[in-house]
Design a protein around this ligand. Structure first.
Ligand SMILES: [Fe+2]
Ligand SMILES: [Fe+2]
Length: 414
């Protein structure tokens, strides 16, 4: 039976790891209270109001703390003295209390959260037995090359996606209904990383070598560098989203992650494995990726929705040259990656299929964003791809789920 107080079974070692606190029978002499010096960051941070900042300290007069005057009633409401008004909420730079969920200004964000919870699985739910046989007995060397490098790229990318949303984006949101979906998204990116790890481990690939490929293979590294650069530009402690240029850069970065990184690169990134699945190969891995794809489609739609909201609320004017640069850079990186991944075509799937599908999906994302298509005339080369995130997944779920091995079934509750 699992011991929930000691889930890793560390026993006495856990005790040994406790910090040593000097014991004394004497009560410490009372020290005079030291005057509090203002923390340097306090001056730099925007005035986000929490219960502690609103509550007057014992030595302060209530009036000084909440600044009650007839002229600034609205300002006090914004500082949390009165219930939050939905119309006062903002995606970025809002002044309403971020600890108060309702009333919603963005009910669609709450619906995203509810819907995300309908796609819950773990990699342990899916039978991978046939994949081990397929990989070792059936796949050609070119197909193994594709399989390994898709996993190598994806596992690095999902860690990047998790860091982006959890460390750079979420903290800048000032409406809790947005943060709650993003918190779920952080979890989902971690779940995706577990899924790739489960596939890598089950098939018996060399973990150290697979995880390191993005650093030594230029064609994978190029995509990671593009994303890393965007992430680094918005994960700075000195970022000020009241600055017009900073705001534009943040919007471009979020647009890149939602519409390109998740909406094109991930969406398209699973398709080489789906091509194997369509021939009856690596079906367990493909089913894992179908669950991930459903999450990614939602991450993409949510990101695009938030970006549009920020643009509207802040009257952001994106430089068309910078948007064009985003598409061109993304296409160049994807094409280079496709040529490496599919150095020779596998049955029913080529590098050109992959690159053209990227352009076709990029046009769709642009339409969702309400901007010009970057690659007019691009054709759909993988007509079956959309099915993977829709009906086929439901069918596969009920047909192939290993019902005797449910999540949590290995744990004893008595
Ligand atoms: Fe992901
Ligand atoms: Fe994602």
């Amino acid at each position: 039976m699992m011991n929930w107080d000691d889930p890793l079974g560390l026993g006495n070692n856990q005790e040994a790891a406790k910090p040593q606190i000097p014991q004394t029978n004497k009560a410490p002499a009372a020290k005079p209270a030291e005057p509090k010096s203002a923390a340097p960051e306090a001056a730099e941070k925007p005035a986000v109001v929490t219960e502690t900042t609103v509550k007057p300290a014992a030595t302060e007069t209530p009036a000084a703390a909440i600044n009650v005057t007839p002229e600034n009633t609205h300002q006090n409401a914004m500082r949390g003295v009165e219930p939050v008004r939905a119309e006062d909420k903002r995606v970025i730079n809002g002044l309403t209390d971020v600890n108060q969920l309702a009333p919603f200004k963005y009910p669609w964000a709450w619906k995203f959260f509810l819907n995300a919870n309908k796609n819950h699985w773990t990699p342990l739910d899916i039978n991978m037995t046939q994949d081990v046989h397929d990989y070792n007995k059936t796949l050609t060397e070119d197909e193994k090359h594709v399989y390994q490098n898709v996993l190598s790229y994806l596992t690095t990318s999902d860690i990047l996606a998790m860091r982006n949303i959890g460390l750079a984006v979420m903290e800048k949101m000032t409406a809790p209904e947005l943060q709650i979906y993003q918190a779920r998204q952080v979890y989902e990116e971690a779940l995706h990383t577990w899924t790739y790890q489960h596939c890598i481990e089950t098939i018996g690939l060399d973990q150290g070598e697979i995880y390191n490929r993005y650093r030594v293979i230029p064609e994978i590294n190029q995509k990671i560098q593009v994303a890393n650069r965007r992430l680094d530009s918005i994960m700075r402690p000195d970022i000020d989203l009241n600055d017009k240029d900073e705001m534009e850069n943040f919007v471009l970065a979020y647009m890149f992650f939602g519409a390109v990184f998740e909406g094109c690169w991930f969406y398209n990134g699973f398709s080489p494995i789906f091509a194997l699945q369509r021939r009856g190969l690596m079906k367990g891995t493909a089913e894992q990726l179908q669950y991930i794809m459903r999450d990614e489609v939602m991450h993409c739609s949510f990101g695009i929705r938030v970006v549009k909201q920020i643009i509207e609320e802040n009257n952001v004017k994106l430089d068309p040259a910078k948007v064009r640069e985003m598409w061109d850079e993304s296409e160049a990186a994807e094409t280079t990656y496709a040529k490496f991944l599919l150095r020779r075509p596998i049955l029913g799937y080529s590098a050109e299929d992959h690159s053209e599908q990227f352009r076709y999906i990029a046009n769709r994302r642009a339409r969702q964003l309400g901007i010009d298509e970057p690659f007019p005339g691009a054709e759909c080369t993988l007509s079956w791809l959309d099915e993977q995130s829709n009906l086929r997944k439901e069918k596969n779920f009920f047909e192939t789920r290993v019902t005797e091995y449910q999540t949590g079934g290995a744990l004893s509750w008595d």
